[in-house]
Design a protein around this ligand. Structure first.
Ligand code: ATP
Ligand code: FE
Length: 403
């Protein structure tokens, strides 16, 4: 069994070929095209005018440019052609429809031409399930875990999915069966990392997380203080909008020059004050952002053990899970509760094709797939896209538990 996975839900165009036993045959993520477009976006005002400042349209164009070369390279690196594939898996939601469409179109084209079944994949389920692929003996990836895992990562397990658009705590009962214990009531943690990076002039592109991580630990813990979100709410939900505002206000109050693109007041300050505050803000931001995760995870573990007493693992995945401080702190929290932390390697935490291919394999193996589409879709074909697609049912008792 060999599946090609295609991912275009946000701003990375990614493809991978994975074998049924979990072996990764190839993995390609395109950023070059994306970067070219995004720098144009900031440099050229006319482009801004053309797109009316709407990023999705640009992301769609970047995907359209990248999709063919990315898929070709994935097949080439795997030393395969389309004829060797058993099926094509593609993300159909949640995400930007304009972007999802590019991937689905490509997947249907290949599937139609080579008579292959198609598996429509949930992006967040893929972020969670890739951890199962990582635990297989055939998978050649380095995994971050508290102890060596003696067996496959079995259902049920608890998952914390932290990325640019989502902040989810889900209990995975079985393949396709999830209970959502918590979600964000405003922003996701990745969005807060990106804005902090932007306001500090670190990185104008979307993925500011790594930039903040790199410098955060050099800061002075005491120079800036932020309060932890939602202390008084005894549930498993998250909120990052308030913390974002605290960061912005801290920067504004010092009148720091935070970069040429920012609209925050520019005022000359002695270099050491600037350094102390920016490093301090990053340090304090990362510490509080992660403390919020720890608190929610500890409560979610309590809830989850009541529903599924046999859970042994907390999976942490999504772009922010590639952060070392996040991993270390959650590892501690999980150990205190006698569970094991399972965290895919960074390249499988951020958006990638492997997670889509693997989730395709899991569903394909239980017969959940669509038959091959006709060789050519008509121009006005309506694709099955799910831009808003919750992962599982909300945990109804959560509200009474919270009291
Ligand atoms: P979603 O999965 O919610 O649809 P997405 O697919 O765009 O969003 P991912 O690629 O899964 O997001 O994750 C990207 C996010 O992860 C960005 O917000 C980025 O800043 C953050 N991120 C990546 N690496 C790190 C890091 N080392 N530390 C903190 N945040 C990080
Ligand atoms: Fe993602």
């Amino acid at each position: 069994l060999i599946i090609l996975g295609i991912e275009t839900s946000c701003d990375d165009t990614a493809a991978a070929v994975v074998r049924g036993n979990g072996e990764i045959l190839s993995q390609v993520v395109s950023s070059q095209v994306k970067i070219a477009f995004i720098s144009l976006y900031y440099v050229k005002a006319d482009l801004l005018a053309k797109y009316g400042g709407v990023a999705p349209k640009m992301a769609e164009e970047a995907h359209s440019l990248a999709i063919d070369p990315v898929v070709q390279e994935a097949l080439h690196k795997a030393n395969l052609t389309e004829r060797d594939l058993s099926a094509v898996a593609v993300t159909i939601g949640p995400g930007l429809s304009l972007c999802l469409r590019v991937g689905v179109q490509k997947a249907r084209k290949i599937a139609g031409q080579f008579n292959l079944p198609i598996v429509g994949v949930h992006h967040m389920e893929a972020h969670a399930l890739v951890a199962r692929q990582c635990c297989l003996p055939a998978s050649n990836v380095f995994l971050f875990m508290s102890r060596l895992i003696e067996q496959d990562l079995r259902f049920p397990f608890l998952a914390l999915l932290i990325s640019g658009g989502h902040n989810l705590l889900v209990l995975a009962h079985n393949l396709g069966q999830y209970t959502q214990l918590g979600t964000t009531i405003d922003d996701a943690i990745g969005e807060a990392f990106d804005k902090t990076a932007k306001w500090l002039g670190l990185d104008m592109r979307r993925s500011g997380g790594p930039a903040v991580e790199k410098l955060a630990l050099e800061g002075d813990a005491e120079s800036v203080k932020f309060s932890t979100p939602m202390k008084q709410h005894k549930d498993c939900n998250f909120s990052y909008a308030g913390l974002k505002t605290q960061v912005r206000l801290a920067i504004e109050s010092k009148n720091i020059n935070v970069g040429k693109y920012s609209n925050i007041t520019v005022f000359p300050v002695p270099i050491f004050v600037l350094l102390m505050t920016t490093l301090g803000a990053k340090w304090a931001f990362q510490r509080v952002a992660v403390l919020h995760l720890e608190e929610r995870c500890e409560r979610a573990i309590e809830w989850a053990l009541k529903i599924e007493p046999s859970i042994k693992h907390l999976v942490v995945s999504g772009g922010v899970a590639s952060n070392k401080y996040v991993r270390a702190r959650l590892d501690r929290a999980v150990k205190n509760n006698s569970l094991q932390l399972v965290c895919p390697p960074p390249s499988l935490c951020t958006d990638n094709g492997v997670m889509v291919a693997w989730t395709g394999i899991e569903h394909f193996c239980v017969g959940r797939f669509d038959p091959p589409p006709p060789a050519d879709d008509p121009e006005d074909f309506m694709y099955d896209l799910r831009p808003r697609w919750p992962l599982g049912e909300e945990f109804a008792e959560g509200r009474s538990e919270a009291r």
